[in-house]
Design a protein around this ligand. Structure first.
Ligand code: FAD
Length: 416
């Protein structure tokens, strides 16, 4: 059996010049899926990841029904389900104490009709282990890409800084999957349009243990629950603890003591049962996520393609960033693998990937913009916005929202 990739790649000798067919910058969901699928398609691939492991601050860990279908197509669903996880058949929320369902996944035509929560690190480790079984796959950690190699008017590779010196990786194609602050994208001169969203998210670093007496567990044990009032509180029930986030108007958190006091008051109004827990929080227990909704007009330059958050930073609303990033990766591999086998993908090949993925990006980002309007601003205090009233009145509509969130507008499959 191949040893876990967690340990396998750490002590590789560092070549100073490493030729390959495709180099991927970033071992997040987009980069790892793209790397694994390219390797399985017989294409030599190097994934460069700046961190030594996948353990980071919380950054989302929802694996959608459509992504689970893809895992099944990749033969990884059983391994995935063997890891600790929590399933959510419906997204529920509470509007000033009135419970309603936002999205229902139980009627989807997917193999699993649930959204599954799994720490992103565990999920990426699973992909790294699968990659380690492929002879064409190489993951190099602690390799931070610091520059591009340009030749004959195209990107021909990347330069990375590693603990043992500089590494140059030349390739027929560079895939930038290095996230929303993509340095590789910036080095190409591609500039995303859009910008800061109307909301920021405060993640509570401290976890609220739910045993023996959970502070606010719902009777149905549905996960997560949202509470909307003077802002929004999201509590994701992770079995042993609650992971809590507070959505606030953009720019309203400056990390001062009075911000903390105001936050405690708001959370107490929105989710009263969290009052004692939130009362114990300090400024240092908060992590601010500045939400951005932006995307590139053009996702490529000759020799380089951006996918995932590097091409389109998403709001966390709906928890769709991982799903979308993975679907970009699947489409990119399906559309580019034949060209990579033949030689260097042309600009027209790269454009096809953008054309395929721009539509779902636009639809989801448009929905996220609309969602943040009603999440943060209510026309009259406590009056439920029309969208929510419709969902409460016609529960069948929650199947549509379930489809939009759980599958998305253009789900990808390995064979098209
Ligand atoms: C606080 C928070 C909560 C979120 N919640 C959710 C959620 O619930 N559900 C959801 O679906 N999405 C959520 N998201 C968004 C989600 O995390 C992203 O959309 C998704 O991870 C994008 O995947 P990606 O592979 O494109 O980029 P990323 O996951 O950002 O991965 C980029 C990778 O590139 C590496 N990297 C960066 N620069 C370099 C470099 N120069 N050289 C080498 N490597 C580099 C990084 O270390 C990272 O591993 C959340 C995000 C945040 C920040």
């Amino acid at each position: 059996m191949v040893p876990s990739s967690r340990f396998r790649t750490e002590n590789l000798p560092m070549d100073t010049d490493l030729p390959t067919t495709c180099v991927i910058v970033g071992g997040g969901p987009a980069g790892m899926i793209a790397g694994l699928l390219l390797a399985r398609a017989g294409i030599e691939v190097v994934v460069l990841e700046k961190h030594r492991d996948f353990l980071r601050d919380f950054r989302g860990d929802t694996i959608h029904p459509a992504t689970q279908d893809l895992l099944a197509e990749m033969g990884l669903l059983d391994d995935f389900l063997a890891l600790p996880h929590a399933d959510m058949p419906r997204v529920r929320m509470s509007w000033w104490g009135q419970d309603l369902t936002l999205a229902d996944f139980t009627h989807l035509r997917t193999r699993r009709k649930v959204m599954t929560f799994m720490p992103q690190g565990d999920f990426l480790d699973l992909l790294a282990d699968a990659g380690a079984r492929e002879p064409q796959f190489r993951l190099i950690r602690r390799a931070e890409v610091v520059g591009l190699i340009q030749e004959d008017g195209r990107v021909a590779g990347v330069r990375a800084s590693t603990p043992t010196g500089e590494l140059s990786v030349r390739a027929r194609l560079v895939i930038a999957a290095d996230g929303r602050d993509s340095a590789v994208r910036d080095a190409t001169g591609l500039i995303p349009v859009g910008g800061a969203a109307a909301m920021d998210v405060l993640w509570f670093r401290r976890l609220f243990y739910t045993s023996p007496s959970p502070p606010d567990r719902q009777k149905s044990r549905s996960l997560p629950f949202f509470s909307v009032g003077e802002g929004l509180v999201i509590a994701i029930d992770r079995n042993e603890f609650l992971q809590i986030a507070h959505v606030i108007p953009a720019g309203s958190w400056r990390g001062e003591t009075r911000d903390l006091a105001a936050m405690r008051t708001r959370v107490a109004a929105i989710a009263p049962s969290l009052t004692p827990a939130v009362g114990a929080l300090e400024v240092g227990d908060m992590r601010l996520l500045r939400v951005r909704i932006q995307r590139l007009r053009r996702w490529f330059v000759p020799g380089l393609l951006c996918i995932g958050d590097a091409a389109h930073a998403m709001s966390p609303a709906g928890g769709v960033g991982i799903n979308l990033a993975i679907q970009d990766a699947v489409a990119a591999v399906r559309l580019l693998a034949p060209a990579l086998r033949r030689g260097t993908p042309s600009v027209a090949d790269l454009r096809r990937v953008q054309q395929r993925r721009m539509f779902p990006t636009r639809v989801i980002q448009g929905t996220q913009r609309a969602m943040q309007r009603f999440l943060l601003t209510s026309p009259r205090p406590r009056r439920m916005p029309l969208t929510l009233r419709m969902l409460a009145r016609f529960p069948v509509l929650t199947r549509l929202t379930g489809r939009l969130i759980g599958v998305g507008p253009r789900p990808e499959h390995l064979d098209g």
